[in-house]
Design a protein. Structure first.
Ligand code: F6P
Length: 373
């Protein structure tokens, strides 16, 4: 028996995808429908809202998706206030708001990372619409939550990759530098690095000293260990770069540097990732072959882990409950063992990086992992 409608919500997934998005959509939709709320799914993130592309979600559509990776609604990094249209960037906030009103929505549920938290809050502040967000990202760097969904799945993938790199590094007596995602936050690299037993872990929060890295590698070799595994986050910077940035007041980190390369056609500039640069420097300094593996989008693909499936279902259904109570303009985060609402204004625009006194760092140091400092 269909329940009497108690309003309509929209739901969208924005930013980079990750395992668990479908599980959250399912959790939100099933719980909302349980309370008699209609659910519309906007396609391709905020772009679908601006272009008014939505489908009605029913039990059939959200069944069988708990274990599926990606997002069946599609995602994009488009923002309503800076939307690329026909080669131009336009502020389409008012169009997004108009479509929200046309669809007679009571709330827009946005699943996303830091960018999405900001964009949802902006829509609320500037457009006067009600929103509710959920913390999605493999980076684990959303404020006001102990964990984000997708992180555990990505950590499992990165850990397995380190395990596999270990065996081949051992066979060939090589140094392998494994580049792990995470923007400016080292959670994924640190977690997978510890779980995979990396010998050196470099994260953006701790500018690395090449000398310390080389010293660790040399000592390992001298002690008879003929291979080494170096886990590096994509946003690492050296001590020199950190100092230069502090002096120059620059905010952004170099994700890649330009180097010159000789080819039969002559000398030209190419981009070199921080991991490749580090491997090149390590090989030059130690004389040991150093290879790079960049895990890239493999970390965001495939099914969520059981931990994430449970977390996503808990977060999604909690959101459904809060929506039924008319509790809006919040993010549903995790605090201890509970899923709890937190004011969105406390989340938007903030980033949760690894604190320098975090217990994971002490753990790593106590098992003699070099953190590059
Ligand atoms: O924010 C998630 C994330 O996977 C980051 O770790 C990474 O830096 C970025 O997205 C990559 O984004 P894209 O898939 O758009 O290249």
């Amino acid at each position: 028996m269909p329940k009497k409608s108690r309003g309509t919500i929209g739901i969208l997934t924005a930013g980079g995808d990750c395992p668990g998005l479908n599980a959250v959509i399912r959790g939100v939709a099933k719980a909302a429908m349980h309370y008699g709320i209609r659910v519309l799914g906007f396609q391709d993130g905020f772009r679908g809202l601006v272009e008014n592309r939505a489908i009605e979600l029913d039990n059939r559509l959200v069944s069988g998706i708990l274990t599926q990776g990606g997002t069946f609604l599609g995602s994009s990094r488009d923002k309503p206030h800076k939307m690329p249209v026909g080669g131009r960037i336009m502020d389409l906030t008012s169009v997004a708001v108009r479509n929200y009103r046309r669809r007679k929505l009571d709330c827009l549920v946005c699943l996303g990372g830091n960018g999405t938290q900001k964009n949802a809050f902006r829509l609320h502040e500037r457009g006067g619409i009600d929103v509710l967000t959920l913390p999605k990202t493999i980076d684990n760097d959303v404020a006001e939550t102990d964990i984000t969904f997708g992180f555990d799945s990505a950590m499992a993938i990165a850990t397995e990759a380190i395990d596999r790199l270990h065996t081949t590094a051992t066979s060939h007596h090589r140094i392998i530098v494994c580049e792990i995602m995470g923007h400016d936050a080292g959670w994924l690299c640190l977690g997978a690095g510890i779980a995979g037993g990396a010998d050196i872990i470099l994260i953006p929060e701790i500018p690395y000293d090449l000398e310390a890295v080389v010293r660790t590698l040399t000592l390992r070799r001298k002690s008879g260990k003929r291979f080494s595994l170096v886990a590096v986050a994509e946003g690492i910077i050296s001590k020199e770069e950190a100092d230069a940035r502090a002096r120059g007041g620059k905010k952004r980190k170099p994700a890649a540097t330009a180097v010159t390369q000789q080819s039969p056609e002559g000398v030209h500039l190419v981009h070199e990732s921080v991991a490749s640069r580090l491997a090149r420097q390590i090989q030059q300094r130690t004389g040991v072959e150093a290879r790079v593996t960049s895990l890239g989008h493999v970390q965001r693909g495939g099914p969520p882990t059981p931990f994430d499936r449970l977390l996503c279902t808990r977060l999604g259904t909690k959101a459904g409950e809060l929506l039924a109570q008319g509790h809006y303009n919040i993010m549903v985060g995790v605090k201890g063992t509970e899923c709890v609402p937190v004011p969105l204004e406390n989340v938007a625009g903030l980033k949760r990086t690894v604190p320098l006194d975090h217990p994971w760092l002490k753990t790593a140091r106590l098992v003699e992992t070099c953190l590059g400092d």
